[in-house]
Design a protein around this ligand. Structure first.
Ligand SMILES: Nc1ncnc2c1ncn2[C@@H]1O[C@H](COP(=O)(O)OP(=O)(O)OP(=O)(O)O)[C@@H](O)[C@H]1O
Length: 243
């Protein structure tokens, strides 16, 4: 059966059915996800919104092939992630997923360009490192080291690194969590621009309801459940967000 369904003209990129995740901590079971079903569509910008501990990172990590659910199924297009072994998940991540985390994880001894090139050298169909840096507005800083860049600029290098391999999906876990508002807005602008310009299906985790205003859809998580899914009839541009 073809698992990538279309809704209207929309292709379903992720199709998750009733996924649970239980962490066994000695005698204690932590139920991080308690039966989550969802679709993410090609090219959309989704915000995963919820309180601390609601299961956002667990869900994103499962979609990104960094973790596997305890039960349930996850498809990426026609590829069943939940039937994949470790090396297949590694290949899936390498070919299809760009990750951005709260902390930038840049290599301090490499310039911005070299940090991005680390990825473009191993990717199947990458863009030029300079093109990726240009997309996040950092071409003029390509030869600077992380220590010469602000937190927001370092995060934009991390975004350039994530998108330089031309991934079909971009998964961002609290990308502005370590940044002040003004800098966070610039980082969100970069993510929004990549979503629009390259059509990269984008999911951003936040606990900040203001950020949800820039999404096509907002998936509300609460205690391991989806508490609601909202479609924004109008999206607010990142530069007009304030928190
Ligand atoms: N590796 C792990 N081992 C044990 N418990 C875990 C692990 N990872 C997450 N959990 C637990 O699962 C639950 C969901 O965690 P998760 O990190 O997905 O939530 P979150 O919504 O992303 O939270 P935050 O906003 O604080 O990052 C929490 O109770 C957390 O303590």
């Amino acid at each position: 059966m073809n698992a990538s369904k279309a809704q209207g003209s929309q292709t379903s990129v992720f199709h998750a059915v009733d996924i649970t995740k239980i962490y066994q901590m000695g005698e204690v079971e932590v139920h991080a996800l308690r039966g989550v079903s969802l679709e993410l569509y090609e090219g959309e910008f989704v915000v995963l919104l919820g309180a601390s501990g609601s299961g956002k990172s667990t869900l994103l990590n499962i979609l990104g092939g960094l973790d596997s659910p305890t039960s349930g199924t996850v498809h990426y297009l026609d590829h069943e992630l939940t039937a994949s072994d470790g090396s297949q998940l590694t290949q899936y991540r390498r070919d299809n997923v760009g990750f951005v985390f709260q902390f930038y994880n840049l290599i301090p001894s490499l310039t911005a360009r070299e940090n991005v090139e680390l990825i473009t050298e191993i990717a199947a169909s990458p863009m030029e490192a300079m093109e990726a840096l240009d997309l996040v507005g950092l071409k003029p800083r390509a030869d600077h080291f992380p220590a010469q860049l602000s937190g927001g600029e370092q995060q934009r290098v991390a975004i350039a690194r994530a998108i330089a391999k031309n991934p079909r999906v971009l998964l961002c876990d609290e990308p502005t969590g370590a940044l002040d508002v003004q800098t966070g807005v610039v980082v969100l602008q970069a993510i929004g621009q990549i979503n629009r310009q390259l059509g990269t299906t984008t999911a951003v985790i936040t606990h900040n309801a203001e950020i949800a205003k820039m999404a096509d859809r907002v998936i509300l998580l609460s205690d391991g459940h989806i508490a609601g899914i909202e479609t924004n009839s109008t999206k607010i541009a990142a530069q007009d967000l304030r928190w």
